[in-house]
Design a protein around this ligand. Structure first.
Ligand SMILES: [Zn+2]
Length: 223
């Protein structure tokens, strides 16, 4: 393995990537989904007065919750990292918390669709479930599975109320990520990819996994 950092350069980002950056001397991290050129969908709970961004127009006074901003608004001057999926158990144990997950994730277009849906459904709702848990939001976008979000949060020692798991399921259903009555049909609703049966992703090595592995190699070389 040998890769101690998930740090990446902006130029290495691909649509659907789960990215994050640290805040306050690594006390916590801010997570989001890279959805298009220089745009990130993420959960913002704070509302510090910083004025509107001249690049993406994001105004923290007016917009909070699930927002789409430029990378600069997301990073706020901090370094950029990419969250890894389908890492080995040993890797998972060795890595710093909240940086990777052993479970699989969905294909980039599905992830982007999901994040966009979360963004579009944010208006008018008063959801504080992801407060300081932008990671849960991002993992949910990547996997469509609230259990994954909870597992990653547990690993990261994020203090989560027991009720949050139920809330995540509620939220996922609300956003149309899952249909509570059709457990096995999460994929059918989300996308029309050829391998629609592969939402679990275990047999997905021919797809995104290869690409991700390639990027990791770049990481290694750079580090
Ligand atoms: Zn901006």
């Amino acid at each position: 393995m040998g890769v101690l950092s998930n740090k990446v350069d902006k130029s290495m980002l691909k649509k659907g990537d789960h990215i994050y950056s640290y805040r306050k001397a690594h006390l916590y991290s801010n997570h989001g989904i890279y959805v298009e050129e220089d745009r990130v969908i993420h959960y913002m709970s704070s509302s510090k007065s910083e004025g509107g961004c001249t690049n993406c127009g994001y105004d923290s006074n007016k917009q909070r919750g699930v927002v789409k901003t430029c990378l600069d608004c997301f990073l706020k001057g901090h370094s950029l990292y990419r969250f890894e999926y389908q890492v080995s158990s040993a890797h998972y144990v060795a890595k710093r918390s909240a940086t990777c997950y052993t479970g699989s994730c969905n294909k980039p277009n599905v992830v982007v669709q999901r994040a966009t849906r979360m963004l579009n459904n944010n208006g008018g709702s008063n959801l504080n479930l992801f407060e300081k848990n932008s990671m849960c939001f991002a993992v949910l976008c990547k996997t469509g599975n609230p259990n994954s979000a909870q597992e990653v949060a547990a690993k990261s020692k994020v203090k989560m109320a027991l009720g949050l798991l139920d809330d995540l399921w509620t939220l996922a259903a609300l956003f149309g990520l899952i249909d509570p009555q059709l457990d096995d049909d999460q994929a059918a609703e989300s996308d029309d990819v050829d391998e629609s049966g592969d939402v679990g992703g275990e047999d997905d090595e021919d797809g995104d996994e290869d690409e991700d592995a390639g990027e990791d190699d770049v990481d290694e070389d750079a580090g």
